[in-house]
Write a new protein. Sequence first.
Length: 80
Amino acid sequence: MQTITVELDPTTSARAQRLAHARGTTITALVQSLIVQLDASDSAVDSIGGLFADEPALLDLVVAQALHDREQQPLRADHG
């Protein structure tokens, strides 16, 4: 394991302590968990974009069609 020192303002430090206590864990484990979650969500976004890495024209077509469909059939109808 590597030790990394992080400086937090008093408010953020208190929040970190409160979150760790509420979850029955340590601040170290909380930070590790957050890093893993952030990395996983970044990978998911990259993998979706990566599906079209070799087909930029196809991606353009998909986006254009989605925008056209959104204009024709809005997701939210105004019931006002």
